[in-house]
Design a protein. Sequence first.
Length: 282
Amino acid sequence: MRSEAEIINLVLEVARKDDRIRVVGMNGSRVNSAVSPDSFQDFDIVFLVRNLSSFLRDDKWLSVFGKKMIMQKPEAMSLFAPSLNGWFTYLMLFEDENRIDLMLIPIEEIEKYLNNDTLTRILLDKDGLVKNPPIPTDKKWLVQKPSESFFIDCCNEFWWLVPYVVKGVCRQEFLYAADHLQLLRQELIRMLSWKVGFENSFSVSVGKNAKYLEKFIAKDIWNELKKTYKTTSYIEQKETLERLIYLFEKAAQEVACFLKTSYPQETAHQILAYTRHHLSSI
């Protein structure tokens, strides 16, 4: 496996030899001092270029980076709609297990790029366009304090979804119930993340897909959260729903106290009664 230094040197060598590439940046976990490095970290590389379309005519120029196991070009896919508004990415996993996510951005949009992500480091600037090189910080990725309306919407979404699970279990529509359990879990994780934010003065990140959440919540809550991934039978789906409700109410009531607002207890009580009535025989 090539080292970080080898990959960075290769990236810079490619950029220096290509007059179209004017600025090279790096984003993501490799510029985040709060993240412990490991071999699974991606290289999130950005080329700010002239004549972006000339790079897209064929992919042969990418061969210099190594032999690929697989590549994905999200902006050129048919199944999924483009989302980068003219920016283009090559997501590449190489045979030596390094991964480079290479983004091409028109040089005219350099200010937009610099303002897009606080985890940015400039590796090369051929024209001195970046007058004040950014100092990487993860502040954009810290848990953000919710407004009262965000809190209310999260609670409403959670309780709105509960009857979908009830319906799926009662009808024995397994995938339907399982899918809505996942949506409920997303709202629970959102609420738990807000709780973590309040408890840490909104100075921490729970990471992409809440991958660091375990570090910040009590062990018993973490163990119960893990159990909500057990959905291999209708009995387990019912038990998972009960756990999700318990964990959500506990977290939401604490967040309500932090926000000095009220938890929608009447709605919760009515949906709980509905749930217990329909699932009592399961």
